[in-house]
Design a protein around this ligand. Structure first.
Ligand SMILES: Cc1cc2nc3c(=O)[nH]c(=O)nc-3n(C[C@H](O)[C@H](O)[C@H](O)COP(=O)(O)O)c2cc1C
Length: 456
């Protein structure tokens, strides 16, 4: 490799999801904590991630308790599914940033249910308080599940939600740039606190918002937060290509990751951006064992922690058909046949899981896949890869995705919280480090922009 080409580094993020994660049985694991309202738990987790060589703590968002078909949220709450406990992401990041120096953070906040001034200010405060370690995962929060507590908001179609997001990002960027460098003077002798020649209003008159500005905060330590997004529709990909530095993906295999990454990079190049500066982080779930046999036994054991009723409720939401009334031992084909034509009313992501479902059945066409088999399979890691093996085998699998340029890093989904992160740090991280995939620890704390190599 030419010495002028910067070496690619693999990014590692810890997925902060409780009480379930993409593994639905997480809180039931004997090593898991269960008091997810204990601030010390999250402080400890932040320190573990930082010490363990992670780049980021990734905080997702949802604005209601997970809700499946027919407004069913009780099953998800009762069984402690992901989202049954959901702290305000910005407060959680503030807490975790206060005990770390160089760990980056992703705070997920919705453009559909939040106002631009609030978003810009919250993110700017976090950027200051963390000394430039913040990224904003911009989500449009599609699907009725997020809207349950916002009945007074207009229902937006997907294009409308992206129109709103675009205008919000324009506003946030203007607000973040409303103070130029050197605007904060604090000259006690002259009595000049701010140089108003370097602070301008934004005077935004848009289709949806009117704002005067300026922001009541100077620009952050590294200008403005890093932007991330998740959309997979053509409009979502264009949005990523226009605005963001990092894409977060939930993809079942390397082909899906590669296609998304290459497509967003191609769209970005068409818009005049440097495609090499857009990274894709993908969710994976490592199940590590001292030997391969132990890892496989652990994976089987994990499946036993998933309650079939919540798995079936979750699967119903993902396929947009109500399978909750069926005996779990019913063949999945029979369930699909009997629910054909049923509406996906109220589904979180109704229909989104069909390609995944087809792939699972194709693994063994002769097998009589039951509703239980498929539901547990979905609830063990949603549709993200579960990587089972010794630390070397897990490192091999991560390395293969990374070297194939299917992705630029991983969001590690815990199977027990927060021990999964410690386990991964002690077993897999040293191998990745020895193979030269991870950035060497910096002498000084880095901003997230520096860590990603995205300084202007
Ligand atoms: C990988 C992934 C993660 C997501 N995470 C969140 C989230 O944490 N909070 C949220 O409100 N929406 C989340 N969403 C939903 C998105 O905000 C968006 O509304 C949805 O993907 C529809 O956009 P699209 O049609 O362009 O994919 C996520 C979507 C994907 C694909």
């Amino acid at each position: 490799m030419s010495s002028t080409i910067a070496k690619r580094h693999m990014f590692l993020a810890g997925y902060i999801l409780v009480p379930g994660s993409h593994f639905a049985g997480m809180w039931r694991h004997p090593y898991s904590e269960t008091d997810f309202c204990d601030p010390d738990l999250f402080k400890d987790t932040a320190v573990t991630l930082e010490r363990g060589g992670f780049d980021l703590a990734f905080i997702p968002e949802s604005l209601s308790v997970t809700t499946g078909l027919s407004n069913d949220y009780e099953t998800f709450l009762k069984r402690g599914a992901v989202g049954a406990i959901r702290h305000d992401p910005s407060q959680l990041v503030s807490l975790m940033a206060s005990v770390t120096q160089s760990l980056g953070f992703t705070v997920t906040l919705s453009t559909t249910y939040m106002e631009p001034y609030h978003l810009a200010r919250t993110l700017s405060t976090l950027d200051h308080f963390s000394r430039g370690r913040i990224s904003w995962n911009v989500v449009t929060s599609a699907g009725p599940s997020n809207g349950h507590n916002f009945g007074h908001f207009p229902k937006l179609t997907s294009p409308e939600s992206y129109d709103r997001a675009e205008e919000i990002l324009e506003i946030c960027r203007s607000l973040w740039q409303s103070w130029q460098d050197g605007a904060l003077v604090a000259d006690k002798a002259a009595g000049i606190y701010a140089d108003i020649g370097k602070i301008r209003p934004i005077d935004h008159e848009g289709d949806l918002f009117q704002l005067r500005g300026p922001l009541s905060l100077p620009a952050g330590p590294d200008g403005e937060p890093i932007l991330m997004s998740v959309g997979v529709s053509p409009r979502g990909r264009d949005f990523s290509a226009k605005w963001v530095d990092v894409i977060f993906a939930i993809q079942a295999d390397a082909d899906g990751m590669s296609e998304l990454r290459a497509d967003v990079r191609r769209r970005a190049a068409e818009k005049g951006r440097d495609p090499e500066k857009i990274f894709l982080l993908t969710a994976v779930q490592p199940v590590v064992g001292e030997t391969e046999a132990i890892a496989r036994a652990r994976a089987d054991y994990l499946d036993e922690l998933i309650c079939p009723d919540v798995a079936i409720a979750f699967l119903s939401g993902m396929i947009g058909r109500d399978a909750t009334g069926f005996d779990p031992e019913t063949p999945i084909d029979e369930v699909l046949e009997k629910t054909a034509g049923a509406s996906g009313k109220g589904a979180v992501d109704g229909g989104a899981a069909f390609p995944w479902l087809d792939r699972i059945r194709a693994e063994d066409r002769a097998r009589n896949w039951t509703l239980r088999d498929i539901a547990i399979r979905m609830s063990r890691s949603t549709s993200t890869p579960r990587l089972v093996g010794t630390p070397e085998q897990v490192a091999d699998q991560l390395e293969a995705y990374f070297l194939a340029e299917a992705c630029d890093g991983f969001v590690i989904t815990p199977t027990h919280f927060p021990g999964s992160f410690d386990e991964f740090s002690r077993s897999v991280v040293p191998i990745l480090r020895a193979r030269g995939h991870l950035r060497e620890a910096a002498q000084e704390p880095l901003t997230l922009r520096q860590r990603l190599g995205l300084q202007c």
